[in-house]
Design a protein around this ligand. Structure first.
Ligand SMILES: Cc1cc2nc3c(=O)[nH]c(=O)nc-3n(C[C@H](O)[C@H](O)[C@H](O)COP(=O)(O)OP(=O)(O)OC[C@H]3O[C@@H](n4cnc5c(N)ncnc54)[C@H](O)[C@@H]3O)c2cc1C
Length: 373
């Protein structure tokens, strides 16, 4: 019997496995295709904040960025490379936002090398830029290292049954609590209000004669080069979804698109694509992640005492699955958010520490129920 069974060994599931192991708990983690076989295996895994005007997501990502930089460096120094991030605005509008960001941020601003800037394209030099200390994670090795103390089972979780205070997984394994960390894949527990959008992404590793010392972000993300290799990745503007596409994914065309976008920032010499990674990342309607207990919609809706029309719902009134939790919806910031959210979620499960309601899956239920009744 395990303290926690985790479904999904991407960066979210792996980060919680790591936290539970640190607390001396027994963890079993399942993945149907291998550790980091989903979105996490495709990620460029850049650790960066969100350079936007303001709001809850920006604040959450700022805190997660500061936390995760320290977390990776302290716990997994061999799988984390500290680099300077040179983020360049894409257009006039984002230049203005970046200017404001620079005026207000508490992060230390760096001066990028003038000689490097002069090698960038006109499109890159035309717009505002920011340079800060940031990092890149070795995505697959990190997920594996974080799962090390857990029992790993390569198996699709098909059934979850709650029986006499324990969850029974695939009729074989038992655990006190279960965590769903299934990313953009179909969830084992289906609740109509949990709607996550999968966005397809593509990363290529290339050989190139061009040297790049920075994590360079503009239309796509370009990693620093090491031994003549670097990675280029994007999860936006790649118009494809594996579930709705009528044609197979055109790898050649998508490679060319990534290289063209990278070329808008810097000229890359003698390019040879050596590896492709593709995958889905998942996001919620309000772009905030989801962590915490899952509402039983049918049972909650049946309650005559709850007013579902209210704009100030009381989440404590809802009925929840016993000891069943979710971590998902990290969007394009899975590696930035996961260690921070995993700590919050673990403290909640183990010590009952409250989670900010803005992150609760109950907010999705409240919104869905308000429209329904
Ligand atoms: C191309 C690309 C580039 C990205 N770049 C960055 C970046 O630079 N920085 C950053 O922070 N984030 C980045 N992201 C986003 C980041 O990768 C995601 O936010 C993150 O991987 C989500 O992790 P996850 O654990 O929720 O999901 P996943 O990694 O998708 O893991 C879910 C896992 O669950 C398993 N699973 C699902 N259902 C079951 C089941 N029933 N039984 C068993 N196993 C199951 C799947 O096999 C999968 O391995 C990028 C994403 C992509 C696609």
């Amino acid at each position: 019997m395990y303290d926690l069974a985790i479904v999904g060994a991407g960066i979210n599931g792996a980060s919680v496995a790591h936290e539970f192991a640190k607390a001396g708990k027994r963890v079993i983690i399942f993945d149907m295709d291998g550790i980091a076989s989903g979105g996490s295996g495709a990620a460029g895994a850049f650790i960066a904040p969100k350079f936007s005007k303001g709001g809850e997501l920006k604040e959450l990502l700022h805190n997660a960025f500061v936390y995760s930089m320290e977390f990776y460096e302290k716990n997994f120094p061999k799988l984390f490379t500290k680099t300077e991030l040179l983020h360049i605005a894409k257009d006039e509008e984002s230049s203005e936002i970046l200017k404001q960001y620079k005026q207000n941020t508490s992060l230390e601003l760096k001066e990028p090398s003038q000689s490097f800037l002069s090698t960038l394209s006109e499109h890159a030099r035309e717009y505002e830029h920011i340079c800060i200390d940031a990092g890149v994670v070795n995505a697959q090795a990190m997920c594996k290292a974080m799962c090390k103390s857990a029992k790993y089972v390569e198996q699709k979780v098909e059934t979850l049954v709650y029986d006499e205070g324990l969850w029974i997984i695939n009729d074989t394994y038992s655990a006190k609590s279960v965590l769903l960390a299934t990313g953009a894949y179909e969830s084992v527990i289906k609740e109509p209000y949990v709607k996550l959008r999968g966005v397809w992404g593509h990363r290529i590793d290339i050989k190139t004669s061009t040297d790049n010392p920075y994590s360079l972000h503009q239309n796509v993300s370009i990693s620093p080069s090491s031994s003549g290799e670097l990675a280029i990745g994007a999860t936006h503007n790649v118009h494809y979804h594996p579930q709705s596409a009528s044609e197979p994914y055109d790898l050649q065309k998508a490679r060319a698109e990534l290289l063209e976008k990278a070329g808008m920032t810097m000229k890359l010499g003698n390019v040879d694509v050596i590896r492709d990674f593709t995958g889905l990342r998942s996001g919620s309607f309000d772009y905030m992640p989801l962590i915490g207990k899952i509402v039983l919609s049918k049972e909650t809706l049946a309650s005559k005492d709850i007013c579902f029309k209210t704009k100030k719902p009381n989440y404590d009134e809802y009925t929840y699955y016993p000891n069943l939790y979710i971590i998902n919806g990290n969007g394009g910031y899975g590696f930035v958010l996961a260690p921070y959210l995993a700590k919050m979620l673990s403290e909640h499960i183990l010590n009952g520490k409250k989670i900010n309601e803005k992150l609760s899956p109950a907010r999705l239920f409240a919104r869905w129920a308000r429209k329904l009744v």
